[in-house]
Design a protein around this ligand. Sequence first.
Ligand code: NAP
Ligand code: FE
Length: 362
Amino acid sequence: MIYNPTKIHFGEQAARQAADDLASLGSRAFIVTGRQSAVQSGALDSVLEVLREKGVSWQIHARIGENPSLEMVLEGAQALNASECDFVVGIGGGSPIDAAKAIALASANDLAESELYRTDLFKRSLPLAAVPTTSGTGSEVTQYSVLTDRSRKRKAGFGSSLAFPALAVCDPRHTLSMGARETLNTGIDALSHLLEGIYSQKREALLYPLIYSGIKAIIRNLEKALAQPGDLAARSEMMRAALYGGLAISSTGTTLQHSLGYPLTSHFGVPHGLSNGIAMRQVMELYSRALRPELDELFHALGMGSQDFYAWLDGLGMKAELDITEEFIAMAVPEVIGSRNMANNPFAVSAEEVAELYRSLP
Ligand code: NAP
Ligand code: FE
């Protein structure tokens, strides 16, 4: 099944293209951003220019950090309640966009911190526009929000059809300011979503043309964007791939690949995309016993073999500082096994397989 209700504007000047749609969401915007990148990327300016022209007022909440916490969401919801805003705009990477979704839901449903994952309590939300400044999460077109419970050192997501942005405004110029580290990590997150669109037991063959095209775009353009950060054509291809990744997982969900990464982020501070990347080969090898035809078809479409793909991945030089001890494994494995993404695996993955995967990380 495929379902995605987000209206997408894509390309240079996407905010201008989206002007009428943005203004139709309300009369006062609550704009949720991180501390710097919305300004640095030019995305905030693009949005404000359009809102100003349309006579829409706004309030800016520039307080979201990476891997947004439950406290940040609650603080945002309180500011939104006091702001007289009637719609929300999330500008940034996945962190501010995910936070914007949760803030809109927390405010509209009057949720307490302990209720932020209680999707059964979500009855309404405020209209939301998402303006990505990274090419990674695809959050601009998904119903997911990934939050960190700092008191339990735990990262987990929720999915609710009320969290889909009404509008995605994707202008690749807004990603030109990303440094090499963000470009690589977010690009690998997008690659992970595209692969998981095939891995998931909710895989949908109708999405394969998008998935193959997105993976090809990343293989052809990630290193270009790293070598030439100002290469707009490469940035545009990366943004298209990330969007396709979001469209894929909005229907299929993510899998063990993402579940494995969450403890690596909450315990070792590994950036989200990198946490998927360092275990990408191992997950593909584990799944290949159940997905031979799907993977053969993928590599045929890519015009490469799995060994070429692994060599390309190795060439990206992804590295993380990990200290995988048996103590970490004893704590992380139940968290992985209990995470909601595990329901999407192509076969039941055992606790021992998860532990072995962690032990095999470099
Ligand atoms: P991010 O955490 O939003 O941002 C990472 C860093 O990049 C921040 O320092 C940010 O600065 C900076 N940055 C963002 N855009 C920039 C730009 N154009 N120029 C310069 N710097 C820029 O990164 P992300 O990888 O996009 O999002 C990761 C989060 O999304 C994780 O929490 C992950 O779990 C979640 N996620 C969600 C979904 C979903 O479907 N909802 C899917 C996958 C992952 P500022 O702090 O100043 O903004
Ligand atoms: Fe992701």
